[in-house]
Design a binder for this molecule. Structure first.
Ligand code: COA
Length: 156
């Protein structure tokens, strides 16, 4: 049974190993171990007993805006609703933390998020500091084909 648990600092080596291929392929932005450590409270992990099989992070930009980052499920565990459970967990966290308006995601997998009631938005509406802090680190910058979507927290 795959369980969702909050991350701690000892999880970081396994987290970096799990995401390595998708980072190399440019699907997920590289985040160094120190950056992951700084933001460790943002991460929720999916574990099959002690084995790390997925994770995601809810990053807080402001009182009104959160962002789902680094969502990943181990290839052999995909298609078992683990990604969906991780997103639902992070959306619940966003509500519990009282983020007032919306949760953003930048992704190549719009269909996956649309199934979870995210809606596509124009890239021009993404906060500027996000672009400068994160996008310039991306191997695809400035020619970016990622799609921006938001989940409206007031909707449910
Ligand atoms: C995106 C990802 C996390 C999905 O994880 P998963 O555990 O396989 O997804 P789930 O099993 O929870 O799927 C939930 C729903 O989304 C659908 N879905 C999953 N992957 C999909 C895809 N690539 N395209 C379209 N729909 C998809 C499923 O069919 C399922 O639909 P259903 O509820 O109607 O059955 C996983 O494919 C992954 O790690 N991809 C590589 C990293 C990545 O692109 N991350 C996104 C960065 S933001």
């Amino acid at each position: 049974m795959v369980k969702l648990v909050k991350a701690n600092l000892l999880d970081i080596p396994a987290m970096q190993k799990l995401v390595a291929k998708d980072v190399k392929d440019g699907v997920i932005l590289q985040r160094g171990s120190d950056e992951v450590a700084t933001n460790i409270r943002s991460y929720v992990l999916a574990k099959d007993n002690d084995k790390l099989v997925g994770y995601g992070a809810l990053h807080i930009h402001s009182t009104r805006l959160g962002e789902i980052r680094s969502l990943i499920v181990l290839e052999s565990y995909r298609g078992q609703n683990i990604g969906k459970r991780l997103v639902e967990f992070m959306l619940n966290e966003a509500k519990e933390l009282k983020i007032s308006e919306e949760v953003l995601v930048l992704t190549y997998l719009a269909k996956f998020f649309i199934k979870m009631n995210f809606v596509e938005i124009s890239k021009e509406t993404i906060p500027e500091h996000k672009i400068w802090a994160d996008c310039i680190k991306c191997i695809h910058f400035p020619v970016c084909n990622e799609i921006s979507l938001i989940y409206k927290l007031g909707d449910c």
